[in-house]
Ligand binder design. Structure first.
Ligand SMILES: Cc1cc2nc3c(=O)[nH]c(=O)nc-3n(C[C@H](O)[C@H](O)[C@H](O)COP(=O)(O)O)c2cc1C
Length: 193
């Protein structure tokens, strides 16, 4: 059955940062109020996923990996908010993707439409991390929204102590981006994966 364009899309959102006061996690919490009403977000955590080890994998996938895998495969799309650590993808996020890329086909990200965003307190707004993340997502055949790109620089001036995104130009840009996210996700319907 085809999907009506008015149907809701269920998106899983994950943050590459585990810290409680994470700006990237805060960005995700701001998405629902900026998004079209037809997008629904469920934030999942990568906390508790052990370092990937093929010997550990041979004993069975950890519960935290299985939960995330099932949530992503059951969703209409994935949103990843990534910090930049030393010009790259934070190890914990890359580790989670490595776990998700394993197992019987289809793996966790195969064919899953994905959109990425990121925030840093520096000037470059995670550009280098996002570029590296894109390379991994291409390898995993997770079609990733190419444009526009959400690179939130100087984030400490744009998100307040309660986690609210206060910078109006950034709010407006993310609103526009979310319209494109929805269009992108609808190009890769779940029943065609
Ligand atoms: C190990 C580490 C490496 C970092 N490397 C970079 C970097 O290469 N580029 C950058 O813009 N910020 C870098 N930062 C600063 C982060 O952008 C900043 O801590 C950001 O707030 C982390 O995201 P979060 O708030 O979601 O935890 C680094 C931070 C840490 C902890």
């Amino acid at each position: 059955m085809g999907r009506l364009s008015s149907d809701m899309l269920d998106l899983v959102a994950i943050s590459g940062s585990l810290r409680a006061e994470s700006y990237n996690s805060a960005l995700l919490r701001n998405l629902p109020e900026l998004a079209p009403p037809t997008l629904r977000f469920t934030v999942h955590s990568i906390a508790g996923i052990p370092i990937f080890d093929q010997d550990l994998e041979a004993q069975g996938k950890p519960a935290a990996v299985i939960r995330l895998h099932q949530a992503i495969r059951g969703a209409d799309g994935l949103v990843i908010a990534t910090p930049e650590y030393n010009h790259g993808v934070p190890g914990g996020l890359k580790n989670a993707l490595d776990w998700l890329s394993r197992g019987p086909a289809p793996h966790g990200l195969f064919g899953i439409p994905t959109a990425i965003l990121g925030a840093s307190d520096g000037m470059i707004g995670t550009a280098r991390a996002q570029y590296a993340l894109r390379q991994t997502l291409v390898t995993l055949n997770a079609p990733t929204l190419p444009f526009p790109q959400v690179l939130v620089s100087l984030v400490h001036k744009k998100i307040d102590a309660t986690g609210r995104l206060t910078d109006e130009p950034t709010r407006a840009f993310i609103r526009t981006w979310l319209v494109e996210v929805e269009r992108w996700m609808r190009r890769f319907p779940k029943h065609e994966r």
